[in-house]
Each structure stands twice: as C-alpha cells, then as structure tokens.
Design a protein around this ligand. Structure first.
Ligand code: CTP
Length: 489
C-alpha cells in the first residue's frame, strides 16, 4: 500500500501541514489524510494558492467541529482543570518546539498560568515573540540579564511554579540535568527547582536509542523526573522514522494533570487491567499475522481510568503510540503472552479487554526464515486457536468484580455483541461497527481517532453518539467508576 512521505512534500506545503497539524492536535500524517479526504469528497475546489487552500481547510475544520478551542462554538465550556496552577514550560532546541506553542495554549485554556524559558537553540525554531503572545508573559532566555526589567532570577522562576515541563526535552537538556550542569537559564532553573519536573523528549531515533541518552534517562527517572513519550513515527526533520517524536500537546497536558493530581479520584484504590492493541502471531522470525488495531482506544481507556485514580496495568500488544502517562504498561507480542500477563495481574477490581487479539496462530512458527524453494509451492500454515483472554478471565476463579469486553463486528452488531456478553462472562460489551463503510482506515474505528459505540449489557443497549476515542474513554471510565461505586473495596 502506498504511504505519504511528508518530507518529500514542498516546503510551503510542509509548513502549512505542520501548522495545521499543531493547531488541530493531529500528527502531520493525520492532517494530510484529513486534507486528502476533504479533496476527495470535493470539499476543496481546484484552488491553486496555498493561502486559499488554508482558508478552505480552516472553514472545513471548524465546520466539522474539530476547530481549535479558540474557535470553539460559543457557549462550549473549556476544561478548567488547571485553574490556579503555575506551569513553567522550558522549550529546548528541536523541530518539535513548534508543538510547544500549542502546549502553552492548551495549558492556558485550562486555566494554568504559564511562564516560559527558552534555550538559545529553541529560539532558532520558534520566536520569543510568538511564545510571549501565547503565554501572555515575558519569555525568559538569559541567565545573566541585568538590564532585563522582568528579570525575576532563576531561583524564583524555578520555585514559583507548581511544575516544570521540558518540551521538547532534547538529548542535551536531558544530559545536562542528569549530570548536574547549570550553564544556561534552562539548565540552571531545572537544577534549582524543588518542584516536579516532566520531560517530553524529542530527538532523532538514534539519539534516543544511544546508550548515553538511555543512561541519562534512567538517572533522571531515579531522581524523580517523569517522562511522557516519545512516540514512534516519522521524524519531521530527518530521513528517519522510529522512536523519538515528541508526545502530542494533549498527551503532555494529561501527563501534567496526572502529575499535579488535579482531577477527582473516584477510582483511587482500585486496580484495573486493560488490554490494548493487536497481537502479532509469528510465522517465522521475520513474518507474522497481525490486524489493523492501533491501540488508540485501549490506551485512551487506560489513561482515562488512571486519571480517575485507578492503579492501571495496561497489557499492550505491539503499537506505535506512546505508553500512556501514569499507567504501568506491560509490552507483549503474542496472544499467549498477553493471556499470561493478564492472569499474573489478577486479582483486580475490574478488567477491560480492548485488545484485538488474533484468534488464530500458526501451529509451528518456524525457527528460521521460511525460504522459497523452486518447484515447491507456498508453505501451508496450519492454524490453531489462541486462548480467549476475556472468556478466561470472565470465568476465572479470581474474576474481577467488573469485566468489560469489546466487540468489533462487521455485521449483526447487536446480536453478536449479546452473544459475546453471555459466552465470555462479561458484565458489558462495548460494541463497535468495523464494517468497511464506517470501520477501517484513518477515518474509521480501526486506526482512526473517532468511535461510535453501543454499550450492551443484560439491562439492554445504550447508544452513544460518535465522539473522539478520548471522549469514549473518559465516558467509559466514568461508567466503570459508577459501577464500581456499588462494589465494596
Ligand atoms: N478477546 C480476547 N481474546 C481473544 C479474542 C478476543 O480477550 N482471543 C476479547 C477482545 O479483547 C474483545 C472481545 O474478546 O474484548 C471480543 O473480541 P472480538 O475480536 O470482537 O471477538 P472474537 O471473540 O474474536 O470473535 P469473532 O472474531 O468471531 O467475532
């Protein structure tokens, strides 16, 4: 299947894409898909000038209700969960610095007061002027700036915040803090603080994988620094893909909220297991059977439950998205590994099975790569059934008080969901339609960012309107909290 290579686009188009992606809180690839979809649907005429395309896209985005909150419909309340909190954002020098602009905006619309320190390298990527406009404050750049009437000194800067967030956290900033250097304002503020520090690393995948960076990260974690991301994906500034892309601004906001512990915690003291993502069933060391699950919905549910105070253990198949903040994630590949990991986590108060577990695996996966042999046809794979993890837990002697399953169906959605409810011993099933019209691809359930589900239980069926996967997750977490309220801890 063809894929979009962002770096091959014209610079002007790339810049537009980058800006719109940041504003709409999407990856650049996702923004490109939205634009292509709009063009295919005939919503964008044959306009030649980039400013006309931008204008049309802006109109389209707001018409579809995905406008940036600044342009949100009148009367729509913005979340104010960070009211009264003071966040010091330290912007490091990297291409991901542009996302820090959106982060500042997201923090402010949640009621936080934001102050910003920029390294000199950061100023090569974004200007103090735009950062200052968004933070509505002076931007701090110099360690010794005696002429600066705004100079509040690095000690006050670092202490007058409730939390320091470094975004993007470059390899250099990580190295400086890990080794106690203080030779510019950013590193001095970081070492002078007594407040929690959150880092959102962004760097080339090879730099992220380098033993020195790994060592620094381990040291920082030992020192109590929290991390969000990086995610896997194509890098905006290089010819490489891999782990190193900065977490999206909303993920960073979620990590900040978790770290500051600002939301109500109806699930505190509750242990919840979540499965997410696909499983990969090996054919030989290089080939495997997989499915289209992205893990977005399962990871969002794990994050939403953690936000409500639950002690969440996420068992994730292979995905390209980052581990959710505030959640203990166990990475597995195969269905059998997922089953073992889940059973080891019992007992629990609730378990939510979102993973798209492969139903079958190859009976004897080859130890060596299967070669083509002239004259012999293709290999014949004998498939055997994988364990049904949900059914195993639903009928387990240590069954959690609440067991939630998902049902991905292409036909007879409700009938199949009801059958799964009974067969698998679940309390309710979150059913979604993954048929071709609505289900698969960037705008569908599998791989996309939105979902329309029905909650099927013995009491009946509840239809939820289409919403983002994060909203589905938040609502499901609230429902789980409600159901567990009646259970004694
Ligand atoms: N599930 C599981 N282990 C499996 C298969 C499915 O835990 N081996 C869970 C999924 O996580 C989901 C639910 O069972 O919560 C239903 O998954 P789905 O793929 O819709 O159903 P299947 O049982 O695989 O049935 P079918 O593929 O025939 O629809």
């Amino acid at each position: 299947m063809a894929s979009i290579t962002i770096r091959n686009l014209d610079d002007e188009v790339k810049e537009l894409l980058r800006r719109l992606a940041a504003e709409n809180d999407r990856s650049m690839e996702e923004q490109a898909r939205v634009m292509i979809r709009a063009a295919v649907d005939g919503q964008i005429g044959p306009v030649g000038r980039i400013d006309q395309i931008e204008k049309t896209l802006r109109e389209l985005t707001s018409a579809h209700g995905v406008a940036t909150p600044a342009a949100a419909p009148a009367g729509k309340a913005l979340p104010r969960g960070l009211s009264g909190k003071r966040i010091l954002v330290i912007i490091g020098g990297g291409i991901a610095a542009y996302k820090a602009l959106d982060l500042i905006r997201r923090l402010r619309e949640r009621g936080a007061a934001v102050r910003v320190v920029m390294t000199s390298a950061a100023q090569e990527f974004v200007t103090t002027l735009s950062v200052g406009a968004l933070s509505a404050d002076h931007v701090f750049t110099e360690l010794f700036d005696r002429n600066d009437e705004h100079d509040v000194g690095h000690i006050r800067l670092s202490r007058e915040a409730d939390l320091l967030v470094v975004a993007p956290a470059t390899a250099d900033l990580m190295a400086k803090l890990a080794n106690g250097h203080a030779n510019d304002l950013a590193s001095t503020v970081l070492i002078a603080t007594d407040k929690p520090v959150l880092m959102a690393p962004a760097m080339n995948p090879k730099m992220w994988a380098h033993p020195a960076t790994r060592r620094n990260r381990a040291t920082l974690q030992k020192d109590g620094v929290a991390f969000v991301g990086p995610a896997k994906g194509e890098m905006a500034e290089s010819n490489e893909a891999g782990e190193g892309r900065m977490a999206e601004p909303l993920e960073i906001v979620a990590a900040i909220e978790a770290r500051l512990d600002v939301s109500p915690k109806p699930l505190s003291g509750r242990r919840i297991i979540v499965t997410s993502g696909p499983t990969h069933e090996p054919i030989d060391p290089v080939r495997y059977i997989a499915n289209r699950s992205s893990g977005k919905q399962g990871h969002a549910i794990a994050a939403a439950l953690a936000k409500l105070g639950a002690d969440v253990r996420l068992v994730s198949g292979p995905v390209t998205i980052a581990d959710p903040a505030g959640v203990k994630t166990i990475h597995v590949e195969r269905a059998q590994e997922m089953r073992d990991a889940v059973e080891q986590l019992l007992p629990a108060d609730a378990a939510v099975f979102v993973a798209a577990v492969a139903d079958w695996r190859s009976e004897n996966s080859a130890g060596e790569k299967i070669k083509k042999v002239a004259g012999e046809g293709p290999p014949v794979l004998r498939m055997v059934e994988n364990p049904d993890i949900l059914a195993g837990v639903g009928h387990h002697s240590q069954r959690p008080g609440l067991v939630v399953g998902f049902a991905a169906e292409t036909q007879d959605l409700l009938r199949n969901a009801e059958a799964k409810l009974r067969k698998k011993g679940a309390d309710f099933i979150v059913a979604n339609d993954v048929s071709h019209e609505s289900g698969i691809g960037p705008s569908g359930v599998m791989g996309g960012d939105r979902n329309r589900v029905r909650i099927v239980s013995r009491a009946g069926v509840e239809e939820w309107p289409e919403m983002s996967k994060d909203e589905v997750a938040a609502r499901l977490a609230a429902l789980i909290a409600e159901r567990l309220k009646t259970t004694v801890v």
